[in-house]
Ligand binder design. Structure first.
Ligand code: NAP
Ligand code: MG
Length: 409
């Protein structure tokens, strides 16, 4: 009999939607509960429960994350018009839970691919992972939009508490037009910069940062200037470690990234990071192999998969089909969170369990057992058995149990 690995402080657990909610349950049941005396504070961020609580549950989950320091989150639906038709009971087109959580916790999202030998990146020269550091606050994600139908002029006014005002004309238009007001804050950009420099030092990788400051001279120019200011404090440590910081325009960065070997952190503004992380993860193999962690300035961390709720698979699941949805990124969200909890609470067994869980995943993949998305990507000649999600998780569980039993003897 294996003794369950103890925990002291609870993890904040945020459940989610559709196929990932199904995987979430399987992962807990087969990979965690048999081995760990799992302590979580559970928040159901499933769309209908968010609706019932008027989205208070999302705010409560974010506040709990701040209290306990570590959270693990399942993918969730961000409702759009189509979802409003699909779920007629929705009283509002609720905002993205990730957006809400990010704006409460602030901080930076780091996304890195999980690499395995048998899957070569589409970009042949990529040898090492590329980590995308996505600024998690503001810009278009916290912007206001307006649609107008008559000729007229839009202005942008800032009213200071002192009573002073600054106004610029956005545009004069002759007909219907769309408008957007976006912002960011020095304090948030500064903590983004610091999180990136610190993460580069922790992982000993170069840091690239890109914006479009030739066009957005004031807006993006502010990002560039703050990064330069903050770098002064880290420069000596960068030089000691032989790593470097460099700034370039986003279009130049895109070209350089494609020509690179990988092995660096690419810091991006909120939208650039959203888009580029999907491109980078797909080129490395699969969205399902991309991990994501939100690091707040106070060290609070929230782990999740970078992909969504895998809707198309969920509809097949509802029809009674067994799907072959890849649980890797969701498993790694759990292992990341458990490892962090272990580090904070000085529970070395819990930390070791996180390593063993990840190793069991790698061993399973190396044995050629994988989900359909990966089976299509492995190098020719690699023997492959395509499994359903349930069978893949069972195969991982068997290896994990064997490793834990061997370590126990
Ligand atoms: P998605 O759920 O990431 O899925 C897009 C496609 O990528 C899938 O149809 C599937 O392709 C493939 N895929 C993604 N993850 C996979 C996995 N684990 N295993 C196998 N294949 C995988 O993106 P989406 O369809 O655009 O969005 C669905 C919902 O997720 C939306 O409601 C959106 O709001 C939400 N979303 C949530 C988050 C989050 O909570 N972090 C992030 C993004 C999107 P095939 O169908 O070709 O197999
Ligand atoms: Mg995205």
């Amino acid at each position: 009999m294996l003794n369950k690995i103890p925990m002291t402080t609870p993890l904040v657990e945020m459940d989610g939607d559709e196929m990932t909610r199904i995987l979430w349950q399987m992962i807990k049941e087969k990979l965690l509960l048999p081995f760990v005396d799992l302590k979580t504070e559970y928040y159901d961020l499933g769309l209908l429960h968010r609706n019932e609580t008027e989205d208070r549950v999302t705010v409560e989950a974010a506040e709990a994350t701040r209290k306990y320091g570590v959270a693990v989150k399942c993918a969730t639906i961000t409702p759009n018009r189509q979802r409003m038709e699909e779920y007629p009971q929705l009283t509002q087109m609720w905002k993205s839970p990730n957006g809400t959580i990010r704006s409460i916790l602030d901080g930076t999202v780091f996304r890195a691919p999980i690499l395995i030998d048998s899957i070569l990146p589409v970009v042949r020269n990529w040898k090492k992972p590329i980590t995308i550091a996505r600024h998690a606050y503001g810009d278009v994600y916290k912007s206001v939009d307006l649609y107008t139908t008559e000729p007229g002029t839009a202005t942008l006014t800032f009213r200071g508490v002192s009573g002073q005002e600054q106004t610029v004309t956005v545009q004069q238009v002759e007909g219907p037009a769309v408008w957007q007001g976006a912002h960011n804050k020095d304090s948030s950009i500064r903590s983004f910069a610091r999180a990136c420099f610190q993460y580069a030092i922790d992982t000993r990788q170069d840091l690239w940062f890109s914006t479009k400051d030739t066009i957005a001279k004031v807006y993006d120019g502010r990002f560039k200037a703050i990064f330069e200011e903050e770098y002064q404090e880290y420069q000596a440590r960068f030089e000691q470690l032989g790593i470097r910081y460099f700034y370039t325009l986003i279009d130049d960065a895109v070209a350089r990234v494609i020509r690179s070997e990988g092995g660096f952190i690419w810091a991006c503004k909120n939208y650039d990071g959203d888009v580029m992380s999907d491109m980078v993860s797909t080129a490395f193999g699969s969205l399902a192999m991309m991990t994501s962690v939100l690091v707040a300035p106070d060290g609070t961390t929230e782990y999740e998969a970078a992909h969504g709720t895998v809707t198309r698979h969920y509809y097949r699941h509802l029809k009674g089909e067994q799907t072959s949805t890849n649980p890797m990124a969701t498993i790694f969200a759990w292992s990341g969170a458990l490892r962090k909890r272990g580090q904070l609470d000085k529970l070395s067994d819990l930390e070791r369990f996180a390593d063993q869980l990840e190793q069991a995943c790698f061993d399973t993949l190396h044995a050629g057992l994988m989900t359909k998305d990966l089976a299509g990507l492995v190098e020719e000649g690699t023997p492959v058995t395509t499994l359903t999600s349930a069978d893949f998780i069972d195969a991982i569980a068997a290896r994990l149990k064997a490793a834990l039993t061997a370590a126990h003897v």
